[in-house]
Design a protein around this ligand. Structure first.
Ligand SMILES: [Mg+2]
Length: 295
């Protein structure tokens, strides 16, 4: 369970700091403490922002710890479909980031909520690289006669037989639901082709349109903001994908911050349909931005 937020001792009204169980006292808030009502919570993309191939980016661990210690509410938002949130929390903790599974929203966890709300009881044929069944909760997974073709993250499993099978199911009337439509992601070996590229072909061939649940869908951001108990205009979203992370968040009324790490490419930034509210060289610069926004 998250530790409770308490009124900051000696802090201006409305400022919050987090109780520190290690010393049994209220930790002194850092000088960049954020007044509630300005930025009350931070939504953080993981891959390409905190880590690449689960290795921490320079300066990310101390910046994350600084923000967490100051009591700023935070949630991690990831379209990652290769690991469960328990596994992600373990990997991040090992990399030095103090996180709990309940801090994390993954595309599969939000997809499970979406299916329960919009397609209750649907029989789902899953195509995904990685075992994420634990995060799909009560979703009914089947091998035959699906109501829904559920597409997660791309990998070796996206071969001709699998894609042709899906094409057939869509032609027979199954709905197409995608956990995201990212075109590529960054690994230590370079950019890798992702689900979005395959979706374009499936949609055109079967004459359907995928329902997309992960970032950049409104449902993903609304779920995360509601989980922090704040209004969208009190939230800040930081990510390396200008479209799926930053501009999509800004369309929901959230302050958007683009980092020049991970999948960031200058040409993608230049070609974007709008400007991020803020651009930082890396996550290491976020505490200073929070200080500026809160001043
Ligand atoms: Mg990312």
């Amino acid at each position: 369970m998250p530790r409770p937020l308490l009124p900051g001792r000696g802090a201006p009204p409305g400022w919050l700091v987090r109780a520190d169980p290690m010393i049994g006292a209220v930790r002194r808030a850092r000088r960049y403490r954020v007044p509630m009502g300005r930025i009350g919570g931070v939504l953080i993309d993981i891959d390409g922002v905190l880590t690449v191939s689960w290795q921490p980016l320079p300066g990310a661990v101390p910046a994350f710890r600084q923000i967490r210690d100051a009591g700023v509410a935070l949630a991690l938002l990831t379209n990652t479909t290769s690991r469960t949130r328990a596994s992600i929390a373990g990997a991040l903790t090992e990399a030095g980031f103090p996180v709990h599974p309940e801090d994390i929203h993954t595309a599969p966890t939000v997809t499970a909520s979406y299916l329960a709300a919009h397609h209750p009881g649907a029989r789902c044929l899953l195509l995904n690289s990685g075992d994420i069944r634990e995060d799909l909760g009560n979703v009914t997974l089947v091998e035959d006669d699906p109501d829904v073709v559920l597409v997660g993250g791309a990998g070796e499993e996206f071969d001709y037989p699998a894609l042709n099978r899906i094409f057939g199911e869509l032609r027979r009337g199954a709905r197409l639901i995608a956990m995201h439509r990212n075109l590529y992601w960054r690994t230590s070996a370079g950019l890798r082709l992702d689900t979005g590229a395959f979706l374009v072909g499936l949609e055109h061939a079967a004459r359907v349109r995928a329902e997309v649940v992960g970032k950049p869908s409104a449902a993903f951001f609304d779920t995360a903001v509601a989980g922090l108990g704040i209004a969208p205009d009190q939230a800040l979203m930081i990510g390396d994908d200008i479209d799926a992370d930053v501009l999509a968040a800004q369309r929901r009324g959230i302050t958007g911050v683009l980092v020049r790490t991970g999948k960031y490419l200058p040409e993608t930034h230049a070609a974007a349909e709008a400007d991020p509210d803020h651009v930082l060289d890396s996550f290491a610069d976020l505490p200073a931005l929070l200080e500026r926004l809160g001043s």
